[in-house]
Design a protein around this ligand. Sequence first.
Ligand SMILES: CCCCCCCC/C=C\CCCCCCCC(=O)OC[C@H](COP(=O)(O)O[C@@H]1[C@H](O)[C@H](OP(=O)(O)O)[C@@H](O)[C@H](O)[C@H]1O)OC(=O)CCCCCCC/C=C\CCCCCCCC
Ligand SMILES: Nc1ccn([C@@H]2O[C@H](COP(=O)(O)O)[C@@H](O)[C@H]2O)c(=O)n1
Ligand SMILES: [Mg+2]
Ligand SMILES: [Mg+2]
Length: 240
Amino acid sequence: MGQPVASRGRAATPTLGKAMLNKYARAFFTRVLTPFAAFLIRRGVSPDTVTLLGTAGVMAGALVFYPRGEFFWGTIVITLFVFSDLVDGNMARQLGRSSRWGAFLDSTLDRVADGAIFGGFALWYAGNGDNNVLCAVSIFCLASGQVVSYTKARGESIGLPVAVNGLVERAERLVISLVAAGLAGLHTFGVPGIQVLLPIALWIVAVGSLVTLIQRVVTVRRESAEADAAAAAQNSGATP
Ligand SMILES: CCCCCCCC/C=C\CCCCCCCC(=O)OC[C@H](COP(=O)(O)O[C@@H]1[C@H](O)[C@H](OP(=O)(O)O)[C@@H](O)[C@H](O)[C@H]1O)OC(=O)CCCCCCC/C=C\CCCCCCCC
Ligand SMILES: Nc1ccn([C@@H]2O[C@H](COP(=O)(O)O)[C@@H](O)[C@H]2O)c(=O)n1
Ligand SMILES: [Mg+2]
Ligand SMILES: [Mg+2]
């Protein structure tokens, strides 16, 4: 509880196992998006509004276009809105108003947006995409992504540092899936063979999420054993 609210959470997490995008791309996008965040602040827009509208836009792009197999336009709409996830926190920091409520809202709506994206893929494969295996892989990506995030949130809620982010965290899941979906969507404009990229990406995200889940569970197991041992040692020292 010693840290200021603004520095709590992922930025304060030790970098062991830190995934590539969070490490290298976040600083770049922070620089690029800061003027836009400042512009929204001047217009009187609040970080919470950006969080809510961004999530609504991602959901609309995913659930209107993906179930119909319109991967190009779905990805364009999602891409326009998904960067709101970097803008909202940027605005809160510029305003000096990073809050517990904002952190909760941001993370909770991340889960909703991810559900819509992978749910959109699953609905396509359950319908006209007609592929039960890829429908199952999409559902696995959806569920495993949620559980990966839950392991960290739950571990931190029981007082552990959970000092690992793992191989494939949210930014990787999104970039791999969205780039592949956007390119696969070019098939409808006559680019041959390219639709295979989406199944490949879904398999990569599924396997990567499983590896990440194992990395986080192993870390929580080790950290909780260490914390329990430290507490037991302290208790035995306290009682004669
Ligand atoms: C002709 C071609 C047509 C094709 C069109 C393609 C268009 C481009 C396609 C895709 C672009 C996708 C960009 C996706 C960017 C996603 C950025 C983002 O929102 O990242 C989210 C993340 C937020 O981090 P937080 O720490 O705030 O969130 C935490 C996280 O959710 C935790 O989850 P966990 O990791 O545990 O699973 C939760 O636990 C926690 O609660 C929550 O708080 O931001 C970052 O991580 C920062 C890094 C951002 C990196 C962005 C990289 C964008 C890279 C490339 C985009 C351009 C690609 C263009 C390709 C063009 C192809 C032709
Ligand atoms: N509506 C919001 C959204 C976010 N925050 C704060 O930003 C942090 C997340 O930063 P990102 O760059 O990953 O968006 C979050 O933990 C909050 O501290 C906020 O206050 N209000
Ligand atoms: Mg955010
Ligand atoms: Mg977010």
